[in-house]
Design a protein around this ligand. Structure first.
Ligand SMILES: C[S@@+](CC[C@H](N)C(=O)[O-])C[C@H]1O[C@@H](n2cnc3c(N)ncnc32)[C@H](O)[C@@H]1O
Length: 247
């Protein structure tokens, strides 16, 4: 990481679009450009998807339950330094920010400037929320610099090599004893009808997601790291999972 990037990221201001454009180049990954341009990159996509009812429908009515399952892992109040890796449509970041104590801080990373611009509007009334233009697979933060890290439906969008780096980066930047909370897709039970409904949907729209059905998130923990604990909970007939790793 170059020093300029550190200076910008540690004294961020999100008042202007250019403020969070990091001096080091952060390219939009190919998988986002090719597979997800219609969901996250095109300005009309942001306009279309930024509706609470729609993101709730995409998660079959489970948005609030999964959001709260993630946020409750950190607690009713957020102290210390908390990192949200990647923006989320809907009220996820606003709910997270509203839990911050006076001393608490929320940092939000995204690789797409249009997404940072979008989340900026949602959190601009909070003074202790900071935005960073970074790639989840190559975070510009020091080791052990966060108390908690949350990744809400990011891993399923990423090809396996990027996903592995994202998990490793989340574990690198959280402090020993801190939590990394993942909420994402999971292979549904045999008797869950969504197991059959979701295959064509994911194949067509989210082709990397099925990789999360086949492997455990814990598989991507680096070998040399021995976390204090790993806990998994599933939701909605196992279509969704929450994995909490204490470093
Ligand atoms: C968290 S995921 C999806 C969340 C959920 N499906 C929703 O309703 O928004 C979407 C975000 O991940 C971001 N993203 C994807 N790959 C990324 C990467 N390598 N680094 C940082 N952000 C990334 C996208 O730009 C997008 O804003």
């Amino acid at each position: 990481m170059n020093e300029e990037a550190v200076a910008l990221d540690t004294q961020p201001s999100y008042k202007n679009y250019s403020d969070y454009l990091s001096p080091r180049d952060v390219d939009i990954p190919e998988y986002l450009q090719e597979t997800y341009w219609w969901a996250y990159l095109h300005p009309s996509a942001v306009h279309f998807f930024e509706r609470q009812w729609l993101v709730n429908l995409i998660l079959w009515g489970n948005f609030a339950r999964l959001r709260d399952a993630a946020l409750n892992e950190i607690g009713p109040k957020f102290d210390g330094r908390n990192l949200q890796v990647a923006c989320v449509y809907g009220d996820f970041s606003r709910q997270a920010a509203s839990r911050l104590t006076k001393e608490g801080q929320l940092d939000i990373v995204d690789v797409a400037p249009v997404q940072l611009e979008n989340v900026r509007k949602k959190i601009e009334s909070f003074t202790n929320v900071f935005l960073h233009h970074q790639d989840s697979s190559d975070l510009g933060f020091d080791d052990d610099s966060f108390d908690n890290v949350i990744l809400f439906f990011l891993l399923h969008e990423q090809p396996e090599d990027v996903r592995e780096k994202t998990v490793q980066e989340a574990l690198r930047v959280v402090r020993p004893g801190g939590k990394v909370v993942f909420v994402d897709y999971h292979k549904p039970r045999l008797i869950n009808p969504f197991r059959y409904v979701m295959v064509p949907i994911l194949h067509l729209l989210e082709p990397f997601a099925l990789g999360l059905w086949e492997r455990k998130i814990a598989d991507w923990i680096p070998e040399q790291l021995q976390p204090q604990s790993i806990r998994k909970e599933t939701f909605f007939g196992s279509l969704y999972q929450k994995v909490v790793i204490v470093k």
